[in-house]
Design a protein around this ligand. Structure first.
Ligand SMILES: O=c1ccn([C@@H]2O[C@H](COP(=O)(O)OP(=O)(O)O[C@H]3O[C@H](CO)[C@@H](O)[C@H](O)[C@H]3O)[C@@H](O)[C@H]2O)c(=O)[nH]1
Ligand SMILES: [Mn+2]
Length: 738
């Protein structure tokens, strides 16, 4: 036994090829230095054309170069983790800790109840002792339909859980499972039982969908369940008492599955909301869940998932425990983060939703520097640490200690509900440390990342666990505006962190490793990329139209560093993308999104931050859509870009796309009709032609959306008119004033 115990519960491997990477990046850095030197030493003299444009480019290039430096630490030491769950089982099966799972939902219109129930069912069916598992659904919409759906799900679960156990079902989300076996051709060994369970599921699904469609819980159901009476005092989504119902609990003898086994605890919670009290979005929901669950089950481990992120791997809970329960390293680990993966990403990933390089490369690198960020979903936490505990070396979790704690010795379920409700009232947090030092942090659009950072600053580590079989699968945005709005929220939140008390730039100094500090800055400074990128998309093209070079000509030796940096960096990014499982077309699409995020999401986030700073605008959380209309989905499947509305973001994108087209065409026309320098322009202005050319190529979907497409997903006529006028006038004005 002693020898047995000396084997760790997980293993850490380091990546190879770091030397080559280091040499390569050093060479690129030399190239960047040359570019800087060139810019500084060739500033046009007073009276010469383009002096200010030149200085602008210098600033942009300085910033790009510095930002580029930030991305290196987390490519130096990537690590890969491998848990050994059979060892966990051998050593700790009897004393596995209690686990509380939090699912958050906020809007039944955007997040359909059936989808949410699939997530709930999938996590209820983890391969784990059910008496130690509790699932909490937080509903920020306080929708009785969601409650009704959960009631239905709790009944269906009594069949579904034994079925999953018996046939080792994977994935345990019923919708995903039925879909996966529909596409598999060989007959299963459990056809006889499959048919009835599928029927049960479909019946439940149609009942929930009907209720959602008519916007009402069926008349006959209401009086049967006392829980619905809690809606009697409900006035609106933003104004209601706490609604809390324990739907399944070991104390209740009916909470057994069809085989007579105990079911996991299942709780519905809609925390109290009042119009005059800030509810702090998902962070507020999580903190209420933390308190309520401490009363009902008090699991030592907490798993948090978004309502679309169903469990795709029934073992991942045990895998995560291998990290926490490891005898040597486990005590330092605050949370275990899995990547966000998406079920609906198409082959060439038009909107870059898969975030491939982030999850396949960069997060492994962060793990080598002290641990990945907490990214809100698919994350396992230790309760105490999430609630504010500081690290100290002596701290060791004695898992055996918890063995026989029964949190519910006396009192009825009803009493338990009433006591728990008080913890979810909207005044509970007044004059407490919740949202500051306890629980999730308030006031930031990425509550998850800032909370993770504050945990790191208290001395803890985290682990990135990226299993072969995806742990969770969710829904990525399926339209361009949605993708852009999501990135706006993220970039805005990131910058709020830089400006916050926990700023990775200064507060974290000395508390986390310098590499990790740089990693946090790399992700949280997105907003500041908008201006230089915009500048690079506009100025060189306008000067191309006018015939003024801003880059070295091809025959100059200064051309070499530009060519080397451009080629070297793009090929490196391409390789990394392919290595992460992407396609070449996917990389091209990702590059387009890289551009669009910078010139729209980040820019608008920048303005929003300013507005908020001066008190002109309030925090908001724009929830990402999880379903799309039929024709939108069809276009998404075909990878046709979906614009569909006329937001200022799209007008800006279209204007910039057209501006580049006009500049390039204007330059070509000048060549043909005025024929100033003939082919010379390609020699003197090669890089500007290249830049405009690439911008035009990358914007092809925008031109199509403006002028060629007829379907509903195209850019509206109004955007076409506005952007064409704006782009043309910019070109004409620029030529005219000089
Ligand atoms: O007031 C709110 C708003 C949102 N949510 C829930 O938060 C989750 C995430 O919202 P979503 O619209 O899907 O945002 P994403 O951008 O996909 O989410 C990522 O980024 C968020 C921070 O911006 C994190 O909260 C998420 O966990 C993380 O997955 C969803 O389950 C929502 O139901 C709430 O519970 N209450
Ligand atoms: Mn989401």
């Amino acid at each position: 036994m002693a020898e047995e115990e000396s084997y760790p519960l997980f293993e850490t491997r380091r990546a190879k090829g770091r030397v080559i990477y280091t040499i390569f990046s050093l060479s690129l850095f030399v190239g960047i230095l040359f570019i800087w030197v060139y810019r500084v030493s060739h500033i046009p003299r007073e009276g010469e054309d383009g002096k200010w444009a030149w200085i602008g480019l210098l600033c942009a290039e300085l910033w790009f170069g510095l930002y580029w430096l930030l991305r290196h630490p987390f490519r130096w030491n990537p690590v890969f983790r491998e848990p050994f769950r059979h060892k966990l089982s051998q050593r700790y099966e009897e004393i596995l800790p209690r686990v509380d799972i939090f699912v958050c939902t906020a809007d039944p219109g955007i997040e359909p109840a059936v989808m949410v129930m699939n997530t709930v069912l999938s996590v209820m069916a983890y391969d784990y002792p059910t008496e130690k598992l509790s699932v909490y659904l937080s509903d920020d919409a306080a929708s009785d339909i969601t409650f009704y759906a959960l009631l239905e799900a709790s009944l269906f679960a009594k069949h579904w859980l034994p079925f999953c156990k018996k046939f080792k079902v994977e994935p345990t989300s019923p919708a995903a499972y039925f879909k996966s076996i529909a596409s598999c051709t060989h007959p299963n060994n459990h056809v006889n039982e499959l048919v009835p369970i599928k029927k049960l599921y479909q019946d439940m699904e149609s009942r929930i969908e009907n209720a959602a469609k008519v916007g009402q819980v069926p008349e006959e159901v209401r009086p049967k369940y006392k829980g619905f009476s809690q809606w009697d005092s409900y006035t609106s989504r933003r104004d209601h008492d706490t609604i809390l119902q324990i739907l399944l609990h070991g104390k209740d003898s009916s909470a057994k599955d069809v085989d007579g086994n105990v079911m996991p605890i299942l709780v519905y919670l809609a925390r109290e909301k009042r119009p005059q009290v800030a509810h702090n979005f998902k962070a507020g929901a999580m903190n209420s869940l933390l308190r309520v669950s401490s009363m009902i089950s008090n699991g030592e481990i907490i798993l948090n998932v978004d309502c679309d992120m169903y469990s795709n791997n029934s073992q991942s809970l045990r895998d995560a425990l291998c990290f926490f329960m490891d005898e040597v390293k486990g005590h330092e680990i605050a949370f275990v983060q899995t990547p966000q993966c998406f079920e609906n990403v198409t082959n060439n990933d038009l909107y870059g939703g898969a975030l491939r390089v982030i999850y396949e490369v960069e997060f492994h690198g962060l793990d080598g520097l002290g641990g990945p960020f907490y990214i809100g979903t698919g994350c396992f936490h230790r309760r105490e640490i999430l609630c504010g505990r500081k690290f100290n070396d002596q701290y060791k979790n004695d898992w055996k200690e918890y063995k026989n704690i029964d949190h519910m010795k006396e009192g009825s379920l009803h009493e338990l509900e009433e006591k728990s409700k008080a913890l979810a009232s909207c005044t509970y947090e007044e004059n407490t440390l919740w949202g500051k030092k306890m629980g999730l942090q308030y006031g930031c659009a990425v509550e998850d990342v800032i909370t993770g950072l504050s945990i790191k600053c208290r001395g803890w580590k985290s682990v990135y666990y990226n299993p072969q079989r995806r742990a969770f699968l969710g829904v990525a945005p399926t339209t361009l505006p949605e993708a852009l709005v999501q990135h706006k929220r993220w970039s805005e939140g990131g910058f709020q962190i830089v400006l916050s008390k926990y700023s990775p730039a200064w507060y974290a100094y000395g508390l986390i490793s310098p590499g990790l500090q740089m990693g946090y800055c790399y992700y949280n400074l997105w907003v500041l990329l908008s201006w230089p990128t915009l500048y690079y998309c506009i100025i060189p093209s306008l000067y191309l139209l006018k015939g003024i070079p801003l880059f070295p000509q091809m025959s100059s030796p200064w051309f070499i560093p530009f060519a080397y940096v451009i080629l070297g960096d793009s090929s490196y990014c391409l390789l990394e993308f392919l290595w992460s499982g992407g396609t070449i077309q996917g990389w091209w699409n990702d590059t387009r999104m890289w551009l669009y995020k910078r010139i729209s999401s980040y820019l608008f986030a920048f303005f929003d931050i300013i507005l908020k700073f001066f008190g002109f605008s309030e925090s908001a959380f724009v929830i990402s859509a999880k379903v799309a209309e039929e024709n939108v989905s069809q276009r998404y499947e075909k990878e046709v870009m979906e614009f569909g509305n006329s937001s200022p973001m799209l007008t800006l994108l279209a204007t910039l796309a057209l501006l580049n087209l006009f500049c390039l065409l204007g330059m070509l026309l000048k060549q043909v009709f005025i024929s100033e320098g003939g082919l010379r322009i390609y020699e003197t202005m090669a890089l500007q032609v290249l830049l405009s050319g690439v911008l035009v190529l990358i914007n092809v979907p925008v031109y199509q959306g403006l002028y060629l497409r007829k379907d509903k997903g195209r850019l509206p006529i109004s955007v076409a008119v506005k952007s064409t006028t704006l782009a043309l006038s910019a070109c004409v004005l620029f030529i005219a004033i000089s």
